[in-house]
Design a protein. Structure first.
Length: 273
């Protein structure tokens, strides 16, 4: 029975590869791109709302110590308080508009007594990959407008450290309020707050993300198409193998001889006689 070819090692290996690829496309790769598209939609909605919305107080936007999430990230937050430059940490290995940079993270104590982490923006590197000099934050009580952000996470959970690239200042691998809290020995509220342009203490204001849809939705459809094409290809070759002369057939139809082969056989016959 011709269906026996389905049990041949070569065909079983091909079937395993095709179905594994298709399942990966349908259950991992396409949903991952759909989720990224959803995240971009939430981010764009929050950005558009923040462009037209008025700054809100910290407790109004994030009551009871709430952490910034997809619903509240990028919203404008107005705060009044004083910078704590002695707890400053610089985030390393950053890229701003395609160029290497450090981001300067400074704790900020509000007049209500809450300590938050403020990202004052970026500074460029010199030709020896060291941070260029930058201005300290203003002393005394100031009013600032920031954008709420959720903490970045370091998979290795590394603490802040110091070396020559920042002139001995502490630096971290991510913008994480809790890394700065451990380094500065301060009780800093989770999440951080990015300074807007023209605010007291801002350095190079970080650019806002673009509000385009991005390619994620089309990528998801492509992965679905790739998975479907793999299954259709497998089905096509399966049907073809069910017909006589398939690639895995044990008996193959005899190939017709070429004219050159027939002439060569005639010559050999004449010589033999």
């Amino acid at each position: 029975m011709r269906l026996k070819f389905l049990l041949k090692p070569g065909w079983l290996a091909l079937t395993l590869v095709v179905f594994t690829f298709a399942i990966t496309c349908f259950t991992l790769l396409a949903p991952w791109q759909f989720s990224r598209n959803t995240e971009r939609e939430h981010q764009n909605a929050a950005l558009r709302e923040s462009f037209s919305g008025q700054p809100r107080s910290l407790e109004e936007l994030l009551p009871n110590g709430a952490v910034p999430d997809q619903r509240t990230e990028w919203h404008l937050v107005a705060m009044k308080g004083t910078y704590l430059p002695e707890g400053e940490v610089m985030a390393r290995l950053r890229s701003v508009q395609g160029e290497a940079a450090f981001e300067v993270l400074t704790p900020f104590r509000t007049v209500e007594g809450t300590i938050v982490l403020v990202d004052r923006g970026y500074v460029r590197l010199d030709d020896k990959s060291r941070a260029l000099p930058f201005a300290p934050p203003p002393a005394g009580t100031v009013d600032i407008v920031t954008r709420a952000r959720h903490d970045e996470k370091d998979g290795k959970n590394r603490d802040a450290f110091a070396d020559e690239s920042t002139g001995g200042k502490l630096q971290s691998y991510v913008v994480d309020s809790q890394v700065v809290a451990r380094a500065a020995k301060l009780d800093i509220r989770p999440g951080y707050f990015q300074l807007d342009v023209n605010q007291p203490g801002v350095l190079g204001a970080l650019p806002l993300p673009q509000t385009d849809a991005g390619p994620f939705f089309s990528y998801a459809l492509q992965w679905i198409a790739f998975g479907a094409m793999a299954l259709m290809g497998w089905l096509y070759f399966t049907v073809r193998e069910l017909k006589p002369g398939g690639a895995l057939a044990t008996e193959r139809p005899q190939r017709r001889k070429s004219v050159a082969e027939m002439l060569a056989e005639d010559e050999r016959s004449e010589v033999a006689t």
